[in-house]
Design a protein around this ligand. Structure first.
Ligand SMILES: Nc1ncnc2c1ncn2[C@@H]1O[C@H](COP(=O)(O)OP(=O)(O)O)[C@@H](O)[C@H]1O
Ligand SMILES: [Mg+2]
Length: 268
């Protein structure tokens, strides 16, 4: 297949060498209770890595720690996209975050605006500098890029539709298109399929995997469905008791071995 004319393409080669993320000894506690207990792992560039773990095992906490959202980790080293994340001063941290695309279960789109307007706003995340940078961009170029991003998620024909008139799956696609406006190099996704029906959830997972396969992006995705984990990842990391209790290529995984990471509150 020919490379699609998409903004993410520009960055496809930039993360090819070495891991996109290396975490060493990461710890995070809430009121004295350790959620992440000195865990270490590596995420290879250009792959889809699934993070699994029972409810409350700390998956979301881990993902937020990686970009220093929701408070600082207590200990550990985070090397992402060539940056020592914990050492970044606030201004550099904002710039760094612009290179990381986040996809959440709840997407915070503006419901009364069109899909295209919502996606256009994604450019602001990329331009974390002074406002004048944003104003210096030609509106026609921003609009064309937003249309390309909507096209990438299969929604070019819904560009002018109000977001509150779209289905849940379409809204998640708009959120992904908005994230692509950032021209991210690495995508972190926290249960992007959680509030969708199985079929639609599967389509969203396939779309994210397509960004890895066709656009050369790297992905770390929290998955709460065993079948999605097996179908849409290259590698699996299993979180239990604050540590990485499983780390293997998906091709070597099997259902019985993974099941304990999907059961409620079961310890490793
Ligand atoms: N901001 C917070 N304050 C206090 N406890 C928290 C906070 N965030 C998460 N926790 C606790 O950390 C544990 C892991 O939560 P979370 O990372 O959301 O798990 P998961 O995403 O795997 O379901 C839970 O026990 C949760 O109650
Ligand atoms: Mg969670």
């Amino acid at each position: 297949m020919n490379a699609p004319a998409h903004p993410a393409q520009v960055l496809a080669g930039s993360v090819a060498a070495g891991p996109v993320l290396a975490v060493d000894g990461l710890s995070r506690a809430f009121s004295g209770s350790k959620v992440l207990d000195g865990l270490s792992f590596v995420v290879p560039a250009g792959q889809a890595t699934a993070l699994i773990g029972a409810n409350g095992s700390g998956k979301s906490t881990l993902l937020k720690c990686l970009i220093r959202l929701g408070g600082e980790p207590d200990a550990g080293r985070i090397q992402m996209l060539g940056c020592d994340v914990r050492a970044l001063p606030p201004r550099d941290l904002r710039r760094f975050r612009a290179r990381v695309g986040m996809v959440w279960q709840r997407h915070n789109l503006v419901p009364r605006l069109s899909a295209l307007s919502n996606v256009t706003h994604g450019v602001q995340a990329r331009l974390s500098g002074p406002r004048s940078w944003f104003q210096a961009l030609a509106p026609a170029e921003v609009r064309a890029e937003a249309m390309a991003c909507l096209d990438r998620v299969g929604l070019a024909d819904r560009a002018m539709a109000r977001v509150d008139g779209l289905s849940g799956g379409q809204q998640q696609r708009v959120a992904i298109a908005r994230m692509l406006m950032q021209r991210p190099e690495f995508i972190l996704a926290d249960e992007p399929d959680a509030s969708l029906d199985p079929q639609t959830g599967q389509e969203v997972m396939a779309l994210l995997l397509g960004l890895v396969r066709q656009d050369g992006l790297s992905l770390l995705v929290i998955s709460h469905r065993l079948e999605h984990t097996l179908a849409f990842s290259d590698r699996i990391l299993g979180l239990a008791q604050g540590r990485i209790a499983l780390d293997l290529p998906t091709a070597q995984a099997n259902e019985p071995g993974l099941r304990r990471f999907f059961d409620h509150g079961v310890a490793a």
